[in-house]
Design a protein around this ligand. Structure first.
Ligand SMILES: Nc1ncnc2c1ncn2[C@@H]1O[C@H](COP(=O)(O)OP(=O)(O)OP(=O)(O)O)[C@@H](O)[C@H]1O
Length: 600
């Protein structure tokens, strides 16, 4: 059921009155996770059960490592199979300096952490160049090589004999039978959980997720995907290195066999079994994959790799989203079933941006100038010598038959592909060789032919990444608009949007970015009549009230003719006509192209 309510501005907004499942359950998951870790972390000590105390020391350390694996895997999209190496580096290097060279535990730990950081750098560098299964191979190779390396560097590592250490003070009771170690290994995974939550809900975290989901869209929002991957590896390596430092006094011994490939697999499987991307996933997953073979099925502990594998296989088949992920999916599906889609309309939000300023397109300044631009794909000439001038503040329609080079030209202008010949200027500056993120940061924004909507993010987060991409602090109007959008769509599921609404969300994202030059790639495709009317109004508003320059690639010629100040016609990659719509409509050379079409 929907009702209309009146906003402060007087605009009518469609609002669903049925309550929906909150899209984001991250915060409840953090609280549940903290409670679970507290119970298992402290209860064994309170009960005085030393077997469970030791077991849960390890479980909690591994949970923290799996939390960083989860972050790296899902939030940053990095398929690392070598996180055990980073834990091993933290533990081993600390053991070498503390156990063999007599450094204090604190100093040795810092060196151990630095070693894990360097290990993270080593993973991060290939991640700048290789992705997907290539990266998996690189990190898996590291996991295979690491124990061999520890063996062969026996002069420093004591080889197969390993290193024994004793940190007596860390086992001393602090309060209620809890030792320093018990407190540290319980508090650390809680902290890791909070850090994961905090990063995920920060600007950096959102940009990381967008870079992982669509590097192309991220670049047009001013984000460098390589930098995001690099930062993610560094964060995860430091987080996992600390696990290594805690592992050392918990086990009092390190040896190459302790850091074989199995450890890296354990973290990975905990994430998959528990629920990829769910904050609670690594906790539930680690309990299942570690406790089941090592405690519940202790007689079969030699078969633990088989058990890990079987558990993972069963989970993937029965619960593709993992245990927590499946519960989440059920929760959301249950509460939105049959409730239809929530209206997402642009019109009411324009009220927020209304001002009395009136802009007219400039006659002397150009937002975009393309000079003899050529773009080839092998033998195909997608753009074959285009010349085009877009005046500041105007709506410039770019039309032509399928395959005439419109999208290729937009890709060049947004920096996603490079011209082979010719040049182009943005606001009078040569941008021919500029990277996409730099172009985005100079004030250009775009939408895509297939809207880039990220269903892992809430509807509001999908919009908010536009706000994140803004290089200036938001104007008062945008601030108010953002607050209104958050209030309206803060907990809505972007997955439920229709195709047309997805387009409008992408359009609104560019508005929030406060781009000065906006490229729309077939924005009206799939929109209903009323959505088209809304969109046309928005484009006029952007140009006339906010002074934006717009390039509009569109097949709906009525729409283009209705709102464009200038139209350029492309034919087989060449600009064959350009001018005001009225003049073009009378041009026989243009008319013949649209025989049977809207303007014929
Ligand atoms: N990445 C690519 N690799 C090879 N050829 C490409 C690539 N991108 C575009 N092309 C080719 O370049 C030409 C222009 O394509 P483009 O998508 O720019 O046209 P368009 O005018 O946007 O078409 P439409 O209206 O159908 O979206 C087409 O022949 C297309 O097949």
């Amino acid at each position: 059921m929907t009702v209309s309510k009146t906003m402060d501005s007087g605009a009518q907004v469609s609002v669903s009155t049925t309550s929906r499942a909150r899209f984001n359950s991250d915060l409840p998951q953090v609280w549940i996770g903290i409670a679970l870790i507290a119970v298992t972390g402290f209860l064994p000590s309170l009960l005085g059960n030393s077997y469970w105390v030791h077991t849960f020391h390890l479980v909690n350390i591994y949970i923290a490592a799996a939390i960083f694996q989860n972050f790296l895997f899902i939030d940053a999209g990095q398929k690392s199979f070598g996180q055990g190496v980073l834990l091993g580096l933290g533990a081993y290097v600390t053991a070498i300096f503390f156990g063999m060279h007599g450094y204090s535990f604190a100093a040795a730990s810092l060196i151990g952490l630095f070693a894990a950081f360097l290990g993270g750098l080593l993973f991060a560098l290939p991640a700048l160049r290789v992705q997907y299964f290539h990266l998996g191979f690189v990190t898996l190779s590291a996991a295979i090589v690491f124990p061999q390396l520890l063996m062969s560097l026996d002069k420093w590592t004591n080889g197969i004999n390993g290193i024994s250490v004793a940190v007596p003070w860390i086992h001393h009771e602090v309060i209620f039978g809890l030792s320093w170690l018990t407190i540290m290994v319980a508090v650390y995974p809680m902290l890791a959980l909070v850090v994961h939550y905090a990063i995920r809900n920060s600007r950096l975290g959102r940009q990381m997720r967008v870079a992982a989901l669509s590097p192309e869209a991220a670049r047009t929002l001013g984000v460098k995907p390589g930098v995001m991957r690099f930062l993610a590896f560094i964060i995860a390596s430091i987080g996992t290195g600390i696990c290594g430092i805690l592992y050392l006094p918990a086990v009092s011994f390190v040896s190459p066999q302790g850091f074989n490939m199995e450890m890296s697999f354990l973290f990975f499987m905990a994430v998959v079994v528990g629920g990829r991307g769910q904050l609670l996933g690594p906790i539930i997953g680690m309990w299942i994959v570690f406790i089941l073979p090592n405690v519940a099925l202790v007689e079969y502990v030699d078969y633990r790799l088989l058990i890990y594998g079987t558990l993972t296989l069963l989970t993937v088949v029965l619960f593709p989203d993992g245990i927590v992920g499946s519960v989440e999916r059920w929760r959301k599906a249950r509460s939105v079933l049959g409730r239809g889609e929530k209206a997402f309309r642009i019109d009411p939000f324009l009220e927020r941006l209304k001002n009395n300023t009136q802009f007219t397109p400039s006659d002397t300044e150009y937002a975009v100038e393309v000079r003899n631009g050529v773009k080839r794909f092998g033998a195909v000439v997608a753009v074959g010598g285009v010349n085009m001038k877009v005046r500041k503040g105007e709506i410039h329609g770019l039309i032509g038959a399928n395959g005439s080079g419109k999208t290729s030209l937009l890709n060049v202008l947004s920096g996603l592909s490079r011209l082979d010949e010719g040049s182009f200027l943005i606001n009078g500056h040569d941008a021919t060789r500029m990277a996409a993120d730099r172009i985005a940061n100079t004030g250009l924004g775009r939408t895509f032919q297939t809207p880039r909507i990220f269903t892992q993010l809430s509807l509001w987060e999908n919009l908010r990444i536009g706000l994140d991409a803004s290089t200036t602090s938001p104007s008062e109007g945008i601030r108010q608009l953002a607050a209104q959008l958050e209030a309206e769509f803060g907990q809505d599921n972007a997955e439920l949007l229709s195709h047309g609404q997805r387009r409008l969300v992408e359009v609104m994202r560019v508005v929030l970015k406060e781009a000065d030059i906006i490229l729309f790639d077939e924005p009206a495709a799939g929109l209903s009549q009323s959505e088209r009317a809304d969109f046309a109004k928005l484009v006029r508003f952007l140009s006339r009230n906010l002074g934006k320059s717009v390039i509009l690639v569109e097949h709906d010629l009525d729409l283009v003719w209705g709102i464009a100040d200038t139209i350029t016609v492309l034919e087989q990659g060449k600009s064959v006509a350009s001018g005001a719509p009225e003049a073009l409509a009378r041009d026989p050379a243009v008319q013949h192209m649209f025989v049977g079409g809207a303007r014929a």
